[in-house]
Each structure stands twice: as C-alpha cells, then as structure tokens.
Ligand binder design. Structure first.
Ligand code: AMP
Ligand code: MG
Length: 402
C-alpha cells in the first residue's frame, strides 16, 4: 500500500495536462491564467492628479504668491492644458492629467474662490509635487503584470482590464463526469424507503469542483451491476477528460468498479493508500489519457479524497501554481493508533498571537459527514506517530484551498 505522498506524486506524474483557450474577461474569474499579461502603457499613463483642486507652479508659491487667476478647468478625461502664465492656476479634478507647466496640486478644501481667483488658505504650505501620482510609478509599459499559473482573482481582473484585454487565455474546462455507484442510493427529491440511503456524494463532489471553477460537470447514479457499469462507463469515457466515481472500490461483494475499469482499458496507477479515511481509493489512466479517480463511497472518505487528490490534480493539469502548504497548531491532544496517515477534520481559528489553531471535530465513522458542516478542512497526522500533543504543528488542508 502506498503512502499519501506517493499517491500524490503518482497522480501528478500520470495526469495529462489540459490545454488552454481564450475566454471573455467576465468569464475569467477563478480560472487559471495561461498567458503573460503585459502592461499596455505606463501605469499611471500620465502624471495623474489625485485630488480635486487647482494645479499651480510651485515656484510661484515659493516666491510668495497666494492668489492665482483661474485660467480654465480640466476634468478627468480632458486633453491636457498648459499654464499660460506662472501666476495662473488651472482647476483640476481627480484622475485628470497634470496640466503642463504645473507641479503642485492644492486641494479644493484649501482654497476659496472669488471673481475667478483662487486664494490659498491663510498659512497653508503645500509641497512641490504633492497630490500627483507620477507617470509609470506603478510600472512601466511592457512590464509583466501577471504570469501563467495565477488563479484569476477579481483584483487580477482589474489588472487585466487595465492592460486593455477583453479576452484572456486560461485553462480549458476539462469535461468531468461524476458517478455515484450503489444500489442503496436514492437521489434527493425522490421517495425513499427505510432501508435506503440518500445519495449525497455526487452533489457534494460537483459542488467541490464548481467551487474551484470546474463547471463542465455532469453527475449520474449507477447501480452495482457489472454489465451496466461497463456499458455506461465505456460511453462516459468517450466523452470526458476526467471520470470521478464514488463507491464500489472496497472489498465488498458489490464493489465492481476496479474490475470494470480495468476491463475498459483503464490502467491502474494505484489501489489503496495508507490513510484513514479513504484507504480504498483507486486511480488509473484511461485509453485516451482520461484521469479516473475512484473514491471510496463513505461520505467523509469521498470528500477528503476529492480535496486531497482530485482537486490538486485538476488544478495542476490546468497549469495552476502550487499553493504554499499551510500548517496549524493542534488545540488539544490527539491519539490515533492505526498505522495509517490520519486526515482529521478541524475547525480553524486565528489566535491572539496570529497562529492558526486547529480544533479537531471527530467524525463518528467515515460515514458521519454531518459533522463536517462547519469544518474548515482537516489536518494531516503522520503515520509514523500515534500521539500528537496539544501545540503540535501539523499540515493543514483547507477544503476551499486545494
Ligand atoms: P461503498 O464504498 O460503495 O462501499 O460505500 C460505502 C458507504 O458509503 C456505504 O454505506 C454507502 O451507502 C455510502 N455511500 C456510497 N455512496 C454514497 C453516496 N453517493 N452518497 C451517500 N452515501 C454513499
Ligand atoms: Mg457501494
């Protein structure tokens, strides 16, 4: 049985890369950037005024002048004006170009205007170059403002727009098909008998995927019938880049998934990881390079395996940068005796000293997914150790930050 680290490595080494395509800017949030974005112009593109007020020549103030004849008004978006005479000023609005011949902006709060003349407030002493955001001081034309691998945030959208791009190259959406297997499962909205179980993994997996920007997903439920599984999975393999199954990978008499996948030409990369929950996980690569993740059906196992293995693999294949690993400090002692890596669900809080603290939220069994509501993720407790004292620093995996 391979370790958790070996499983991650094996997936990373066998995942095919997804290609890229362009999307409109309004569809780009959350996608992985696949191009360099370079500055269209200097930023700011001109000496930009940062206050409503008047622009003057500072030397005139230094020479004792306190009253300035208003020569004209220049709004943001107006072509640049020039000072005709040193003793003049130009009314100027925030976001406008600094008028030629001026080098100081006096805020409107510091002047009074009468008969077309601006008078400085008694005793007010401006500084040369004040309230001017100099051309190119943020960055120069051609500067690489964003690099491939960035998950595009709303702030990045502002930067991309400022570079004049209305389309941007991002990861192509992989076609992902999600299958819940199990005779006992009944989807929400349908009548249910006392011996049956609500199908919850499929909707949760689709939700986890969509939270990470993977929206070309479709879910369906299949019963544990090898022939039917074979026919349907064969057809789904034709239409997808990624197949995610839940259930049917353990040692039960109705666990047909590994066998059926193998018969369909999906080459097993590994089966079983030394971890709890999620030990029976299976991973393989299909005949057309499809990534096939077969997750154990227990709901906690399904969610942990999706967060731990599926999402990082999809983001990597999409060209995404690897995020820095996070750690947290255990808030209480934990014992875990099995010779397995333990993924323990936690609630996270930030302590007064800025340290992230993780409070274990034990699940009854790996079927107790109701306890997961309100958790922020899980900590990883090393297989080699069985006792972890309060204060131990351990790897933290947040649900939302794969
Ligand atoms: P399996 O891995 O198929 O043996 O399933 C393990 C346990 O998880 C069984 O109790 C199943 O009823 C439950 N289970 C499997 N799939 C789902 C699902 N989609 N939603 C909720 N529970 C499930
Ligand atoms: Mg099952």
């Amino acid at each position: 049985m391979i370790s958790t680290a070996e499983a991650s490595r094996a997936i990373a080494n066998s995942m095919p890369a997804f290609d890229s395509g362009t999307v409109a800017l309004e569809d780009a949030t959350g996608r992985i950037l696949r191009q360099i974005v370079t500055a269209e112009r200097d930023q700011p593109p001109f000496d930009r005024v940062t206050m409503d007020g008047i622009a003057i020549r500072f030397d005139s103030f230094a020479a004792g002048q306190r009253e300035f004849l208003i020569q004209g008004t220049q709004h943001a978006g107006d072509p640049v004006q020039s000072l005709d005479e040193d003793r003049h000023c130009i009314e100027i609005m925030t976001g406008g170009v600094l008028p030629r011949g001026t080098d100081c902006v006096i805020p409107v709060e510091r002047i009074s205007v009468a008969d077309g003349v601006a008078n400085l407030e008694e005793g007010y002493v401006p500084k040369q170059h004040q309230f001017i955001h100099p051309q190119g001081s943020d960055h120069a034309l051609g500067h690489e403002v964003l690099n491939p691998g960035t998950r595009i945030s709303p702030m990045d959208i502002a930067v991309i727009a400022s570079c004049g791009l209305d389309r941007v190259e991002v990861n192509r959406q992989p076609a992902i098909r999600v299958i819940s297997t199990g005779n006992e499962l009944v989807p929400p909205g349908e009548p249910i008998e006392s011996h049956q179980i609500r199908l919850s993994n499929g909707p949760a997996l689709v939700a986890m995927l969509s939270q990470q920007g993977f929206v070309d997903t479709a879910h369906e439920h299949l019963i544990d019938e090898p022939k039917l599984l074979q026919v349907r999975l064969a057809s789904l393999l034709q239409e997808c880049d990624v197949l995610i199954l839940s259930g049917g990978v353990s040692m039960g008499k109705a666990d047909f998934v590994p066998q059926v996948l193998t018969e369909l030409g999906v080459k097993v990369v590994f089966h079983k990881i030394s971890q709890r929950p999620g030990k029976p996980m299976w991973f393989g690569i299909g005949p057309n390079n499809q990534a096939v993740f077969a997750l154990p059906g227990n709901p906690v196992s399904t969610l942990v395996c999706c967060r731990q293995y599926v999402l990082p693999a999809l983001l990597m294949a999409s060209g995404g940068d690897k995020l820095l690993p996070e750690t947290a400090r255990l808030s209480e002692d934990v014992k875990f005796n099995a010779d397995l890596t333990c993924f323990l669900p936690v609630r996270v809080s930030s302590e007064y000293d800025g340290i992230v603290s993780a409070t274990p939220v034990p699940t009854n069994t790996s079927g107790d997914f109701a306890s997961l509501t309100g958790t922020d993720g899980y900590v990883e407790l090393a297989r080699e150790q069985s006792e972890f004292s309060a204060g131990s620093v351990v790897p933290l995996h947040r649900w939302s930050n794969p």
